[in-house]
Design a protein around this ligand. Sequence first.
Ligand SMILES: Cc1cc2nc3c(=O)[nH]c(=O)nc-3n(C[C@H](O)[C@H](O)[C@H](O)COP(=O)(O)OP(=O)(O)OC[C@H]3O[C@@H](n4cnc5c(N)ncnc54)[C@H](O)[C@@H]3O)c2cc1C
Length: 371
Amino acid sequence: MERTDITIVGAGAVGLACAAGLSGAGLEITVVERHDRFGRETSSRNSEVVHAGIYYPAGSLKASLCVEGRRALYDLCRRAGIPHRKTGKLIVAPQESDLSHIERLKERGEANGVEGLRLLSRDEVRRLEPDVTAAGALLSPETGIFDSHSFMAHLDRAAEAVFAYNCALEGLAPAEGGWLVRIRDADGESFDFLSRVVINAAGLGAEAVARMAGIDTAAAGYTLYPCKGEYFRLQARGWRRPERLVYPPPTEISLGIHTVIDLQGGMKLGPNAFYVDEIEYSVDEGHREEFFRGAREYLPRIEEEDLTPDMAGIRPKLYREGEPVRDFVIRHEADRGLPGLVDLLGIESPGLTASPAIGKLVAGMAREALR
Ligand SMILES: Cc1cc2nc3c(=O)[nH]c(=O)nc-3n(C[C@H](O)[C@H](O)[C@H](O)COP(=O)(O)OP(=O)(O)OC[C@H]3O[C@@H](n4cnc5c(N)ncnc54)[C@H](O)[C@@H]3O)c2cc1C
């Protein structure tokens, strides 16, 4: 039977970053991906924002991996010529009553080590962004945008791994010296091999992978609740597109409907957030008014007809609305009696920004498991 040292399930940004993090040490790495190429799911359906690390509780993986990942990501973008721009971002307080919220966010961001945060008055906001109206704002100069496709293409090229595209993981069983891995290709043919370590970076499929490995996912707190986020394209007619990203104060389940500037000069609004039972990516035109009303709070000159449906992504959340917000789960399952299995679940935002740091952390766990 064929053998490999490490199998990574999923070629999204996180699986690719794990492969890159493990490269260069002479290990045999196999990346198994059910689609015909990398980044066909959540990693290509998001805002492509390099988050600074403001929102997340101090000491959480989301906070520390976002700050570390952001620094590593900008560095990689510069070195590898990956298109990016440090646009900066405003988290606006539409009303006076929102000001205390952004003050708390500043404290939280500073506790997380985010550089350069500054509170702006109403006039300062107007001077920076003439068509944005707010009672005040938090300026985050470190936030930016990047080309996530070029980033993943770079990792795909740089990783010293065998990529098994069009191959879905369909079985995982503990075996002598590791794991028996069963994959099925696009022709329906199954193939078994042995892997010393398995890294579950399957995004929306990560709960199913953990279940294949024998974990009672409900008891482990690994149930995933898909939460959709839609985008509408926004045309600036008769007003100036903001130079910086503009966000409202966040809610419990999302960062709020914000402006998304792309590197080509286009602009979107999004994402909203609602739980779904099915993975499908259509955009409901009926949500246009919700977007318009949300954005008009801080962009008073927009018109509803400036909005056209664009695309959607789905967050693999570990909590439902009203439940406490959960951190990323990144753990070696040795203490569950499953040595050699590293599970990653609930890798929602800021997973893209954090991916280089997640790759480094998981590479360390996998090397430890190989000892
Ligand atoms: C609307 C939205 C906006 C976001 N905006 C941002 C942002 O601006 N900045 C930011 O930092 N983060 C953002 N995020 C979060 C970010 O996109 C994700 O955290 C990140 O892309 C997760 O990457 P991943 O590799 O874990 O998952 P994915 O990209 O989903 O990759 C998982 C891969 O596993 C594969 N897979 C699953 N099951 C199997 C199986 N059984 N066999 C083989 N392959 C399998 C899938 O096909 C997929 O390719 C956003 C997310 C959403 C939904």
